[in-house]
Design a protein around this ligand. Structure first.
Ligand code: FE2
Length: 191
């Protein structure tokens, strides 16, 4: 699937502008995470395709608003659409895995699980800056806000720390990767 086709699906499933921004942010982050995890990892048996990783980021929450944010129904509509067009099973599994509908066996599945909530926390960090811009956010300030459980309380910290346990990327480094990926696309994200 191309990025264009993924964006069409987001449109068909009636995503709000904010949800599309979250999708785009996770797509950019996933692409960079794929590149990062590929570097110096020639022994990895899992084939890496950064385009697939970006599609997973773009579509992981594609039916979240449509299904009324019901966790039972979440990812089922997206799965149906992806099966219809014959999307790769590993992409479908990674999307389903982020809300516990499938085991997270691939690095791609583990990556979306860990970065999803951090991407939300980073947006919340930008929105409390005087200029509301990602460029004003530092990795250190994200780490401070991470430890302040009352800040963006909905961002599940335990889920984010699976970057270390599941991907082998320490939290501080993971934060830098996610923040940088989003800052580079600040204009696209309107942040
Ligand atoms: Fe998400």
């Amino acid at each position: 699937m191309t990025k264009y086709e993924a964006l069409k699906i987001l449109e068909e499933l009636e995503n709000s502008p904010n949800m599309i921004k979250h999708a785009l942010a996770c797509g950019f982050v996933m692409r960079d995470l794929c590149i990062k995890l590929t570097q110096g990892n020639s022994t990895q048996s899992e084939p890496f395709d950064e385009k697939d990783w970006e599609i997973v980021g773009l579509l992981h929450d594609a039916d979240y608003e449509l299904t009324g944010k019901s966790l039972d129904a979440h990812t089922e509509e997206t799965t149906k659409k992806l099966k219809e067009i014959g999307e790769k099973q590993e992409v479908i599994d990674a999307i389903r895995g982020h809300c516990d509908k499938a085991p997270r066996t691939s690095l791609m599945a583990k990556a979306i699980y860990a970065c999803d909530e951090l991407a939300g926390l980073v947006v919340a960090c930008a929105l409390v800056q005087p200029d509301k811009k990602l460029k004003s956010v530092t990795a250190e300030s994200v780490m401070r806000k991470f430890k302040d459980k009352s800040f963006a309380a909905g961002a599940n910290r335990d889920q984010i720390t699976t970057c270390d346990s599941e991907l082998g990327i320490p939290l501080e480094e993971f934060t830098k990767i996610v923040l940088t990926a989003m800052q580079e696309k600040g204009d696209v994200l309107g942040l």
